[in-house]
Ligand binder design. Sequence first.
Ligand code: AP5
Length: 219
Amino acid sequence: MNLILLGPPGAGKGTQAKRLVQRLGIPQISTGDMLRAAVKAGNALGQRVKGIMEGGELVPDDVVIALFKERASQPDAREGFILDGFPRTVGQAQELGKILEEEGGQIDHVLSIDVPVENLVTRLSGRRTCRACQAMCHVETSPPRRPGRCDQCDGELYQRADDNEETIRERLRVYKQQTEPLITYYGKEEILRRIPGSGSVEEIFKTISSVIGNGKAGG
Ligand code: AP5
């Protein structure tokens, strides 16, 4: 099964993707995680994209398409993948469609997670991520037992460089302008489902599970 999680920054794509990995046994492909890993490694790609990401803008299509191709060609993605944060422009979606078509594949579901803007700003500005295991928490809604330390592995919690209010608002603007058109794009292909994203993580996961339950779009 090939699945796309669509939605604005902070909608819960990464949170739900991790649960879906457990349920479906296929990998999460997050271009954001791959780009952050490159920035952390300080390699040529990381140096190229660091400023773009810190400003809340999108990395060029050719860069993320190359990242996707490389990751999707790995053996663990043979049975499918969960795309988190890719595609993010109509150009990326068109290229993804071509790549899958060449291999006789297709996108089975596009799930667009909807959350009101003000909730997104609150969620993101309070998010903390573990440097060691990447688990996430929120300083107000799901605070760690020990301040600054991860509940799962005691690793150090950090705040993403793009999770400050100014950059969050820019990311939301960019989402509206460049990514939201994908709702219409995939709506025409009749594989898009809107998922209310304001309930608990568990409630949203249940809704997603019921949509993809029979393994076919539109169910
Ligand atoms: P990326 O890493 O993809 O970030 P994003 O899309 O901005 O999404 P986030 O990771 O911030 O949010 P999310 O929806 O995954 O929510 P999460 O589950 O973490 O991209 C970062 C940057 O990389 C981009 O700005 C761009 O520069 C570049 N980039 C990446 N891909 C690209 C592409 N394809 N093309 C071009 N550039 C690209 O949850 C957020 C918070 O909410 C957490 O604290 C979580 O605990 C909490 N939460 C989750 N669910 C709930 C719930 N139901 N109730 C309450 N809180 C919840």
